[in-house]
Design a protein around this ligand. Structure first.
Ligand code: F6R
Length: 601
């Protein structure tokens, strides 16, 4: 979490830093700061709140310089205060640092430094400039050697960018377990925690790899290993355009991204129903493990059912934060599928490293080319969603589900478990999916009405079964993360085993009941709720008379194969959460306490 940016070149540095920080704001928005180098030394400004508060604090001021760093914070160590905002400085204010990650042994380091150094913040980060300050004279005033010496004393994860008043045209960068991308321009160089921040300026990037250092100058970037040997790195050309990162005519990024599903689903499918391009799945897979966090984990749950149905292979789905501390018996015949929009989620990466060490082949499904997951996995499938800026994942979730289904089809064909007739039927259904999603999106007025009526309800329980139990989890997650209303997802068949006790007239139940093998079962579960005065919103298939008969509100989706229903059924739930949050006046794109990329444990 936290976003860091840097610029060296001849543009107005503060303008570049602010523009880039705005594109990283989804990573954290507690406080922000910038530092620039000019003839007077290091000048800085900080503010609590989001980037616009920093802009106000800068007040169109005179902070000019050719080199600068910026930071947007998601607090881990130390409260949200101006002092705790980055950059942090050495005692002599000649070294400034911005940092993403956690210095795990900071307390011990701070204790050992505090007799010789003045600390001005309560952060873990502040030990870094002081460590560099101590090492600098000992390293013959060589900045990279001083940074390396400081890093040797630190444990944890970090992406660092450092400037020295003695070296006004250089930014120094280091990476240990946190992402950082370098951008190449003409007579200028950039850095950022992710690609989105660089798009206004360049699409030629070098993602720094684990254990690399870099020196950024207007003339270009030099990448080095920890022994200061220079490394040849070929830049990547990013296929995203700047327009993709703008809101267009939508009020929020989340709403834009929900509506984009008409197009993203179609582009995911181009040329893929016969197999994911270039993806050669290993022979002899006897088991699949899916590892992911949050929304991506919900997509993994759909993946399990699809793989078990179509490829007849046993699948375990793990929260990556649990898998990394489990003693899972990975084997060489285990295919590990890691699902991650950002490709930078710390727990997902840790579980992938565990799997690879144990000899399992790792297949990544990710939206971000050049991300750590993209580079570390054995096999990769790239989602074609374009950048997602709303903190709540929407278009990437439906794409992830689609990829799970496409993988299941490909593996099913390879294993001879997917009959031609079923394959062809699914292909036809997939072709119709984007149009069906568009139908839901183009008729969203009843949804808005429903959201307006329910938004004051304080508690929701989302229920579903089979392919739509993950939809219940995901619908509840969307509601809680952006509206701050309490919402839980639960197996409809599990209500009797406890949660039914929660049901009363103040509880709103959202039942996901599209046509399929378990519709009648879910209808019975709804009846049990109504018998206890619970109110029910149901997602049902258009024309299915069973649903209006039992629900207070019905949100219809077009008829489709049950296997594809989680793609369609989640769209009304995304909209329901969105409109409820808007009605309640929430900050939809930047919900409190959250950040989009969870790059620390
Ligand atoms: C919720 C949400 C998160 C992410 C989770 C994993 O809307 O976005 O739950 O799904 O943090 O992130 P990625 O997919 O980047 O690994």
């Amino acid at each position: 979490m936290c976003g860091i940016v840097g610029y060296v070149g001849s543009r107005d540095t503060v303008t570049v830093l602010l523009e880039s920080l705005k594109r990283l704001e989804y990573r954290g928005y507690d406080s922000a700061g910038v530092v620039v180098i000019n003839g007077k030394g290091l000048l800085h400004e900080k503010a609590t709140g989001n980037i616009s508060s920093l802009e106000t604090a800068l007040n169109g001021g005179e902070m000019k310089g050719r080199t600068g760093l910026g930071h947007t914070r998601w607090a881990t160590h130390g409260g949200v205060t101006r002092e705790n905002a980055h950059p942090h400085f050495s005692c002599d204010s000649r070294v400034a640092v911005v940092h993403n990650g956690i210095v795990e042994n900071y307390a011990e380091l701070k204790a050992s430094l505090s007799s010789r150094h003045v600390f001005r913040s309560g952060t873990d980060t502040e030990v870094i400039p002081h460590l560099i300050e101590e090492a600098y004279p000992e390293c013959g005033k060589d900045p990279l050697r001083a940074i390396r010496a400081a890093m040797k004393r630190m444990h944890g994860s970090f992406a660092l960018a450092v400037v020295f008043a003695d070296h006004p045209d250089v930014i120094y960068v280091a990476r240990v377990n946190c992402p950082i991308v370098l951008g190449l321009g003409d007579g200028e160089s950039f850095l950022a925690s992710d690609i989105a921040a660089l798009l206004p300026y360049t699409r030629r990037v070098i993602p720094l790899e684990e254990g690399e250092l870099a020196r950024l100058e207007p003339s270009g970037v030099t990448v080095l290993d920890f022994d200061f040997r220079s490394k040849e790195r070929k830049p990547l050309e990013i296929p995203w355009s700047l327009e993709m990162t703008n809101k267009g005519s939508f009020a929020h990024f989340m709403l834009k991204e929900i509506h984009e599903q008409k197009h993203t689903l179609a582009s995911e499918l181009i040329g893929r129903a016969e197999g994911l391009e270039g993806l050669a799945l290993p022979d002899g897979i006897r088991r699949v493990v899916i590892t992911a966090c949050g929304t991506a984990w919900h997509a993994g749950l759909v993946g399990k059912l699809a793989l078990e149905e179509l490829a007849r292979v046993p699948v375990d789905v793990w929260l990556a934060s649990e898998l990394r501390y489990a003693d899972y018996p990975f084997g060489k015949d285990t295919l590990t599928i890691a699902v991650s929009q950002s490709g930078e989620t710390a727990d997902t990466l840790a579980s992938v490293r565990l799997a690879r060490e144990a000899g399992s082949t790792v297949l990544a499904v990710t939206n971000v080319r050049g991300s750590t997951l993209d580079r570390e996995a054995d096999l990769v499938v790239h989602m074609r969603c374009g950048p997602e800026r709303g903190v709540a994942a929407t278009k990437t979730y439906t794409s992830q589900i689609l990829h799970m289904i496409l993988l299941a089809m490909q593996l099913g064909r390879a294993r001879g478990t997917l009959p031609d007739a079923r394959h062809d039927q699914l292909k036809k259904e997939l072709d119709l999916l984007p149009r069906r999603a568009a139908e839901i999106l183009d008729q969203s007025e009843p949804l808005e009405r429903c959201a307006r009526e329910i938004a004051q309800d304080c508690s929701f329980i989302y229920i579903g079964r089979r392919y739509n139990l993950p939809t219940a989890y995901e619908g509840a997650l969307k509601m809680k993360e952006i509206s701050y209303l309490h919402a839980e997802g639960y197996g409809a068949g599990e209500m009797k085993h406890g949660p039914l006790a929660l049901v009363d007239a103040r509880m709103m139940c959202v039942a996901i009941a599209p046509e399929g093998r378990v519709t009648d079962k879910v209808v019975s579960n709804i009846q049990e709720i109504r018998a206890r005065n619970g109110r029910v919103i149901a997602i049902g298939t258009r024309g299915d008379a069973r649903i209006p008969a039992v629900a207070d509100h019905v949100l219809e989706i077009p008829r489709c194969d049950e296997l594809l229903s989680p793609v369609l059924a989640v769209i009304p739930l995304q909209l329901l959460a969105y409109h409820s949050a808007v009605k309640l006046g929430r900050n939809v794109d930047q919900p409190r306490n959250l950040a989009k990329s969870v790059t620390v444990e």
